[in-house]
Design a protein. Structure first.
Lengths: 138, 87
């Protein structure tokens, strides 16, 4: 078993329920290949730094998990088939230093998940407002 | 030779903060080593040590792949404040 982290960007055009269904499908791909999900971190809807397939925004979701290294090939193959995924980034945490960092990241993500919802609400309000301003400028 | 040095001796900010690992999702921390056009700043300007420069280079490349940081900024593809999410 080795520690991994996957960042997935889901299409912004889907509804909130579809996005959640997609993410649970993604997590199922990992668990069905023998992975153990340690933590998940929903970064939410964000503006992309550059357009991906004409999409300016995307729903970011990070999953921390551990699997046998051989399973990664299959997981990535399944991700490529999924058309609602704009992009995925798989990071390997191999050396001792990286494993320590992985544990810290997992703890951080778990803390964030248990915290009250009010914080995330504030972020959601701020981001659309900022985007609108930029659209006006263009 | 000493007269030629125009700037004071630079030091590695990451060594001072004792950074052991960088997270590519923490884009605000990468800003220091990125130029206005989102190029990776050279070591001679930032004063980073070799070890941390190698770390920041891989981390920035990961962030680029994850669409958190743009690859390039030209006049045609201007990115409007990509760090605005980080407040």
């Amino acid at each position: 078993m080795r520690h991994y982290e996957n960042l997935v960007i889901v299409k912004p055009t889907l509804t909130a329920e579809e996005i959640q269904a997609n993410i649970s499908a993604i997590e199922e791909v990992i668990t069905s290949n023998g992975g153990e999900i340690a933590a998940r971190d929903a970064m939410g809807m964000r503006k992309l730094a550059y357009p991906l397939g004409k999409n300016e925004r995307g729903y970011f979701h990070v999953i921390y998990y551990s699997v046998a290294p051989a399973a990664i090939n299959e997981i990535e193959r399944r991700f490529r088939i999924n058309e609602d995924l704009l992009r995925f980034v798989t990071i390997k945490y191999d050396t001792n230093r990286e494993v320590i960092a992985w544990n810290q990241l997992v703890q951080k993500a778990q803390k964030k998940a248990t915290q009250p919802v009010s914080e995330t609400k504030v972020e959601e309000v701020v981001i659309p407002a900022a985007l609108e301003e930029n659209d006006d400028e263009e | 030779m000493a007269e030629r040095r125009k700037y004071k001796k630079r030091f590695c900010k990451y060594c001072e903060a004792k950074v052991d690992f960088m997270d590519y999702k923490d884009v605000g921390a990468l800003r220091f080593s990125l130029s206005e056009r989102y190029k990776i700043m050279p070591r001679r300007l930032t004063g980073n040590c070799k070890r941390h420069q190698d770390m920041i280079a891989t981390v920035i490349k990961r962030a680029r792949a994850a669409a958190l940081v743009p690859y390039t900024v030209t006049r045609k593809t201007v990115v409007t404040a990509p760090f605005e999410n980080l407040r």
